[in-house]
Design a protein around this ligand. Sequence first.
Ligand code: AMP
Length: 586
Amino acid sequence: MEKIIGIDLGTTNSVVAILEGGEPVIIPNSRGDRLTPSIVAFSDKREILVGQVAKNQIVINSERSVSSVKRHMGTDYKIKIGRKKYTPQEISSFILRKLKKDAEEYLQTPITKAVITVPAYFDDNQRQATKDAGKIAGLEVLRIINEPTAAALSYGLRHEENQIVIVLDLGGGTYDVSILELGDGVFEVRSTSGVNHLGGDDFDERIINYLADRFEEQEKIDLRQDRMALQKLKEEAEKAKIELSEATVATINIPFITADANGPKHLNIELSRTEFEGLIQDLINQMIPPIEKALEDASLSSAEINRVILAGGSTRIPAVREAFRSALDNEFYRKVNPDECVALGAAIQAGILGGDVRGVVLVDVTPLSLGIETEGGIFVPLINRNTTIPTASSKTFTTIADGQSVVEVHVLQGENPQADKNISLGKFQLGGIRSARKGDPHINVEFDIDVDGIVHVTAEDVDTGNQQTIRITNAMSYSSEEIERMVAEAELQIAQSEKYNELLVIKHDVEKLVKEVNQALEQGSSEIDKQMSEELTNALNDLQAALNVEDIEEIQFNQTALLAMYEELRKTLKNDSGAEVKVAGS
Ligand code: AMP
């Protein structure tokens, strides 16, 4: 049976896990790290860097580096690198490809199937985009599961007793609250809530602005206008924030951050925990209403919660914990690692799908109401939020004019009675309606939400029985042809990147060899006959020509030829002088 991996595709870091011997375990990446930064960079030399290597070069190559792309998933945002524009799906696919490759190396087997987690509060566009990213990475995404649900799975597998748990998940970019009822192997989500764009990145942003403002007051230079300085600020702001989870004061020290006519400038600013808390207080305040909403939707009081589970790196911030504690009046369960529990839960879900975990049933819900726009821009929900998925609802449409052959339906997700205040999933058209008086045709449209939380729409002309599956026309969703094109492009780029890496290694060896041959030619000029000297010079020229055009086969061919000649030369020199000459690359 093929192994299925579980992936936590995070805003800041991504983690991959697998079920081994009935237990979920984290798969370390090629560096041996358990967390892989969700950063992709394109060097100006065609190389694609993912993870820590991309993070390491971000200050000097910020224009060609992409971080926190998850924040743009499900939007039509494009990332321009050089002349090429990438979608968030394509950038995410490079991260997924790296995780897949690391898993393949660790497990010593090809991997083609995965379970990927998303924030519970992700809408249909964002879920679809995540699934597409998986496809572009060459992964069959067997299931999309909600991050807090995954966290609860990793906690609950060892806890048999019936209980109600709340998962508070605050990562780099999103905030999710889920309430689950666990018991007898059933994990039932009672309600979910959250904020789509709220997390560690926003806290970093506040610190960056604080530091930039202070620096501007002192030096009259706005660091935000300088890409490299801003990137340095970003790194140090995040470090300071993490430090402030332990320490009460952090010192941000960035020598040579910029310069003016008077010389180099250094940034040295202290930030206390209290000051930091002041900077993010309004963001922390935003975290309480979703808890209240989730409790209300589950018809529970905070006293009925048996366990509070924290997921996501930002839940380590003391002020965040304090806010959670006062909202719930409950202690946290501390044996769950907030960085890893989501990936571990994804691996358990993979185990359930693969048949390795038995007796566990997961019942999840849709986070947002699904509905349509009706006359006057009014939103009419057809499936309410927190409905168990999969689920379906149908509605009959008719025409408003005689002979009307097309009806347009606008599908949305959200809770606002005003259609335009909700998230548009797109519009679709019911075509080919038979010619009839207005109000006569009956077209039954079924809206269903699958186990991944993804919306499908089918329609049937009740009178003729004609069935049609409708694709919602939406800038963010791709056809299988478009996905195939993106796969081909990504594979080509990766092949070029790998070829470039191979070229670098070969170049390194060749340059060493060329240097040695030149040295030998110089040192032994009196002992080397003219013909050998000419032959060597020609071979060196041929090799240089191949290097110039970066033709790997040609380089290797000429390298072998030069190496053979060099060995000849060594023998000659050794016979003449008795001295040993070391050969590079042999
Ligand atoms: P995640 O998406 O779960 O990987 O969470 C990443 C976010 O958590 C980033 O914004 C990190 O800066 C933040 N983070 C990680 N560790 C800490 C910490 N000890 N204190 C504060 N924030 C942290």
